[in-house]
Write a protein that binds this ligand. Sequence first.
Ligand code: C5P
Length: 237
Amino acid sequence: PLVRVAVDGPSATGKSDSAQQLAQRLGFLYVDSGALFRALALALSSKLLPASNPSAIAAYLTGPENPVPRIQWTFPPGRIMLNGHDVSLAIRTDEITQKASEYAVLPAVREALIGLQRHIGVDDPNVRGVVMDGRDIGTTVFPDADAKLFLDGDVHVRAARRVRQRRQQMAAAGDEKLFDAAALDVVRVAEALAARDYRDRTRPQGALACAPDAVVIDSASVTLTEQVDMMEKAVRS
Ligand code: C5P
Protein backbone atom coordinates (compact mmCIF):
# COMPACT_ATOMS: atom_id res chain seq x y z
CA PRO A 1 0.00 0.00 0.00
CA LEU A 2 1.03 3.59 -0.64
CA VAL A 3 2.33 5.91 2.05
CA ARG A 4 -0.32 8.59 2.64
CA VAL A 5 0.32 12.11 3.86
CA ALA A 6 -2.78 14.23 4.55
CA VAL A 7 -2.51 18.04 4.50
CA ASP A 8 -5.65 19.88 5.60
CA GLY A 9 -6.60 23.39 6.60
CA PRO A 10 -8.63 26.45 5.62
CA SER A 11 -8.09 28.41 2.39
CA ALA A 12 -4.92 30.43 1.77
CA THR A 13 -2.67 28.75 4.32
CA GLY A 14 -0.16 27.85 1.61
CA LYS A 15 -1.48 24.28 1.52
CA SER A 16 -0.96 23.68 -2.20
CA ASP A 17 2.51 25.22 -2.42
CA SER A 18 3.82 23.60 0.74
CA ALA A 19 2.23 20.19 0.09
CA GLN A 20 3.67 20.21 -3.44
CA GLN A 21 7.17 21.03 -2.17
CA LEU A 22 6.85 18.40 0.54
CA ALA A 23 5.89 15.79 -2.09
CA GLN A 24 8.93 16.76 -4.17
CA ARG A 25 11.24 16.36 -1.16
CA LEU A 26 9.75 12.95 -0.36
CA GLY A 27 9.63 11.77 -3.99
CA PHE A 28 5.86 11.30 -3.67
CA LEU A 29 2.92 12.11 -5.91
CA TYR A 30 1.21 15.40 -5.03
CA VAL A 31 -2.58 15.63 -5.38
CA ASP A 32 -4.51 18.91 -5.11
CA SER A 33 -7.95 17.61 -4.08
CA GLY A 34 -9.38 21.13 -4.38
CA ALA A 35 -8.63 20.96 -8.12
CA LEU A 36 -10.92 17.90 -8.34
CA PHE A 37 -13.74 19.79 -6.58
CA ARG A 38 -13.13 22.78 -8.85
CA ALA A 39 -13.16 20.63 -12.04
CA LEU A 40 -16.41 19.02 -10.95
CA ALA A 41 -17.82 22.50 -10.22
CA LEU A 42 -16.89 23.50 -13.78
CA ALA A 43 -18.68 20.41 -15.15
CA LEU A 44 -21.81 20.99 -13.04
CA SER A 45 -22.05 24.69 -13.83
CA SER A 46 -21.59 24.04 -17.56
CA LYS A 47 -24.62 21.69 -17.29
CA LEU A 48 -26.52 24.55 -15.60
CA LEU A 49 -27.02 22.51 -12.44
CA PRO A 50 -26.98 24.97 -9.51
CA ALA A 51 -25.99 23.94 -5.98
CA SER A 52 -29.56 24.88 -4.97
CA ASN A 53 -30.81 21.77 -6.82
CA PRO A 54 -29.15 18.87 -4.95
CA SER A 55 -31.52 16.16 -6.24
CA ALA A 56 -30.77 16.98 -9.90
CA ILE A 57 -27.04 16.97 -9.07
CA ALA A 58 -27.30 13.60 -7.28
CA ALA A 59 -29.15 12.12 -10.27
CA TYR A 60 -26.56 13.46 -12.72
CA LEU A 61 -23.62 12.17 -10.65
CA THR A 62 -25.06 8.67 -10.34
CA GLY A 63 -26.27 8.52 -13.97
CA PRO A 64 -24.62 7.59 -17.28
CA GLU A 65 -23.23 11.10 -17.83
CA ASN A 66 -21.37 11.30 -14.51
CA PRO A 67 -18.37 13.51 -15.37
CA VAL A 68 -16.09 12.21 -12.57
CA PRO A 69 -14.50 9.45 -14.72
CA ARG A 70 -13.50 12.23 -17.14
CA ILE A 71 -11.64 14.23 -14.47
CA GLN A 72 -7.92 13.47 -14.54
CA TRP A 73 -5.08 14.72 -12.37
CA THR A 74 -1.45 14.57 -13.57
CA PHE A 75 1.64 15.33 -11.50
CA PRO A 76 4.16 16.50 -12.36
CA PRO A 77 3.40 19.17 -13.44
CA GLY A 78 0.07 19.36 -11.57
CA ARG A 79 -2.54 19.77 -14.29
CA ILE A 80 -6.23 18.99 -14.16
CA MET A 81 -8.09 17.67 -17.20
CA LEU A 82 -11.84 17.54 -17.81
CA ASN A 83 -13.18 15.72 -20.90
CA GLY A 84 -9.63 15.67 -22.29
CA HIS A 85 -9.17 19.46 -21.96
CA ASP A 86 -6.65 21.10 -19.65
CA VAL A 87 -8.83 23.21 -17.31
CA SER A 88 -6.04 24.13 -14.86
CA LEU A 89 -6.54 27.86 -15.50
CA ALA A 90 -10.32 27.78 -16.00
CA ILE A 91 -10.86 26.37 -12.48
CA ARG A 92 -9.06 29.33 -10.83
CA THR A 93 -11.59 32.08 -11.61
CA ASP A 94 -13.47 33.76 -8.73
CA GLU A 95 -16.70 32.33 -10.13
CA ILE A 96 -15.51 28.71 -9.98
CA THR A 97 -13.86 29.31 -6.58
CA GLN A 98 -17.25 30.40 -5.23
CA LYS A 99 -19.18 27.60 -6.94
CA ALA A 100 -16.74 24.86 -5.85
CA SER A 101 -17.26 25.95 -2.26
CA GLU A 102 -21.08 25.81 -2.65
CA TYR A 103 -21.12 22.42 -4.43
CA ALA A 104 -18.66 20.94 -1.89
CA VAL A 105 -21.39 21.19 0.78
CA LEU A 106 -23.51 18.58 -1.04
CA PRO A 107 -23.08 14.95 0.08
CA ALA A 108 -23.64 13.73 -3.52
CA VAL A 109 -20.65 15.80 -4.69
CA ARG A 110 -18.40 14.55 -1.88
CA GLU A 111 -19.44 10.93 -2.49
CA ALA A 112 -18.81 11.28 -6.24
CA LEU A 113 -15.20 12.36 -5.61
CA ILE A 114 -14.12 10.15 -2.72
CA GLY A 115 -13.32 7.09 -4.85
CA LEU A 116 -11.24 9.18 -7.24
CA GLN A 117 -9.31 10.75 -4.34
CA ARG A 118 -8.54 7.34 -2.89
CA HIS A 119 -7.55 5.80 -6.23
CA ILE A 120 -5.10 8.38 -7.67
CA GLY A 121 -1.61 6.86 -7.84
CA VAL A 122 -2.72 3.38 -6.78
CA ASP A 123 -2.18 1.71 -10.18
CA ASP A 124 1.14 3.44 -10.89
CA PRO A 125 4.13 1.24 -9.97
CA ASN A 126 6.38 4.32 -9.84
CA VAL A 127 4.36 5.92 -7.04
CA ARG A 128 5.47 5.06 -3.49
CA GLY A 129 3.45 7.64 -1.65
CA VAL A 130 0.89 10.41 -2.02
CA VAL A 131 0.73 13.86 -0.43
CA MET A 132 -2.86 15.12 -0.75
CA ASP A 133 -4.07 18.52 0.36
CA GLY A 134 -7.69 19.44 1.09
CA ARG A 135 -10.16 19.90 3.92
CA ASP A 136 -11.12 16.41 5.12
CA ILE A 137 -8.22 14.25 3.90
CA GLY A 138 -6.99 13.22 7.37
CA THR A 139 -10.52 12.75 8.73
CA THR A 140 -12.57 11.26 5.86
CA VAL A 141 -10.51 10.41 2.77
CA PHE A 142 -7.52 8.81 4.52
CA PRO A 143 -8.41 8.44 8.23
CA ASP A 144 -5.53 5.92 8.47
CA ALA A 145 -2.96 8.23 6.84
CA ASP A 146 0.68 7.65 7.83
CA ALA A 147 1.10 11.36 8.61
CA LYS A 148 -1.41 14.17 9.08
CA LEU A 149 -0.69 17.88 8.95
CA PHE A 150 -3.14 20.69 9.67
CA LEU A 151 -2.21 24.18 8.47
CA ASP A 152 -3.99 27.04 10.19
CA GLY A 153 -3.50 30.81 10.48
CA ASP A 154 -5.14 34.15 11.22
CA VAL A 155 -7.59 35.04 8.45
CA HIS A 156 -6.22 38.60 8.02
CA VAL A 157 -2.67 37.35 7.58
CA ARG A 158 -3.93 34.80 5.05
CA ALA A 159 -5.88 37.51 3.19
CA ALA A 160 -2.89 39.86 3.11
CA ARG A 161 -0.72 37.10 1.68
CA ARG A 162 -3.32 36.28 -1.00
CA VAL A 163 -3.48 39.96 -2.04
CA ARG A 164 0.34 40.17 -2.18
CA GLN A 165 0.41 37.07 -4.43
CA ARG A 166 -2.16 38.65 -6.75
CA ARG A 167 -0.16 41.89 -7.00
CA GLN A 168 2.93 39.86 -7.89
CA GLN A 169 0.95 37.96 -10.53
CA MET A 170 -0.24 41.28 -12.03
CA ALA A 171 3.30 42.64 -12.11
CA ALA A 172 4.63 39.42 -13.68
CA ALA A 173 1.90 39.46 -16.33
CA GLY A 174 2.25 43.23 -16.90
CA ASP A 175 -1.53 43.41 -16.61
CA GLU A 176 -3.01 45.91 -14.11
CA LYS A 177 -6.54 44.63 -14.78
CA LEU A 178 -5.84 40.97 -13.99
CA PHE A 179 -7.70 41.38 -10.66
CA ASP A 180 -10.47 43.81 -9.78
CA ALA A 181 -10.46 46.18 -6.79
CA ALA A 182 -12.36 43.74 -4.54
CA ALA A 183 -9.80 41.00 -5.17
CA LEU A 184 -7.03 43.37 -4.02
CA ASP A 185 -8.80 44.68 -0.90
CA VAL A 186 -7.47 42.83 2.15
CA VAL A 187 -10.64 43.39 4.23
CA ARG A 188 -12.92 42.06 1.48
CA VAL A 189 -10.63 39.14 0.71
CA ALA A 190 -10.61 38.26 4.44
CA GLU A 191 -14.42 38.34 4.47
CA ALA A 192 -14.61 36.04 1.45
CA LEU A 193 -12.07 33.62 2.98
CA ALA A 194 -13.99 33.57 6.27
CA ALA A 195 -17.26 32.84 4.44
CA ARG A 196 -15.67 29.95 2.54
CA ASP A 197 -14.06 28.57 5.71
CA TYR A 198 -17.40 28.78 7.52
CA ARG A 199 -19.14 26.79 4.75
CA ASP A 200 -16.30 24.24 4.85
CA ARG A 201 -16.48 23.87 8.65
CA THR A 202 -20.25 23.57 9.02
CA ARG A 203 -21.27 21.17 6.24
CA PRO A 204 -22.82 17.83 7.25
CA GLN A 205 -20.25 15.60 5.50
CA GLY A 206 -16.52 16.00 4.98
CA ALA A 207 -16.33 19.15 7.09
CA LEU A 208 -13.02 20.96 7.45
CA ALA A 209 -11.64 19.64 10.73
CA CYS A 210 -8.33 18.96 12.40
CA ALA A 211 -7.82 15.23 12.99
CA PRO A 212 -6.96 14.48 16.63
CA ASP A 213 -3.65 12.93 15.53
CA ALA A 214 -2.64 15.78 13.18
CA VAL A 215 0.41 18.01 13.67
CA VAL A 216 -0.84 21.63 13.65
CA ILE A 217 1.28 24.32 11.98
CA ASP A 218 0.54 28.07 12.19
CA SER A 219 1.14 29.17 8.61
CA ALA A 220 0.83 32.86 9.54
CA SER A 221 4.02 32.93 11.60
CA VAL A 222 6.43 31.19 9.19
CA THR A 223 7.81 31.50 5.66
CA LEU A 224 6.88 28.91 3.02
CA THR A 225 10.28 27.18 3.33
CA GLU A 226 10.00 27.05 7.13
CA GLN A 227 6.53 25.59 6.74
CA VAL A 228 7.78 22.85 4.39
CA ASP A 229 10.68 22.14 6.80
CA MET A 230 8.23 21.70 9.69
CA MET A 231 6.01 19.45 7.58
CA GLU A 232 8.95 17.31 6.44
CA LYS A 233 10.15 16.94 10.03
CA ALA A 234 6.68 15.87 11.19
CA VAL A 235 6.38 13.30 8.38
CA ARG A 236 9.84 11.80 8.95
CA SER A 237 9.56 11.63 12.74
O1 C5P B 1 -8.45 24.13 -1.93
P1 C5P B 1 -9.31 24.87 -2.91
O2 C5P B 1 -9.60 26.29 -2.52
O3 C5P B 1 -8.81 24.76 -4.31
O4 C5P B 1 -10.71 24.10 -2.89
C1 C5P B 1 -11.84 24.61 -3.57
C2 C5P B 1 -13.10 24.29 -2.77
O5 C5P B 1 -13.30 22.88 -2.76
C3 C5P B 1 -13.01 24.71 -1.30
O6 C5P B 1 -13.68 25.94 -1.08
C4 C5P B 1 -13.68 23.59 -0.54
O7 C5P B 1 -15.00 23.93 -0.20
C5 C5P B 1 -13.72 22.43 -1.50
N1 C5P B 1 -12.88 21.32 -1.08
C6 C5P B 1 -13.42 20.38 -0.24
N2 C5P B 1 -12.72 19.29 0.14
C7 C5P B 1 -11.46 19.12 -0.27
C8 C5P B 1 -10.85 20.08 -1.10
C9 C5P B 1 -11.59 21.18 -1.48
O8 C5P B 1 -14.57 20.53 0.15
N3 C5P B 1 -10.78 18.02 0.11
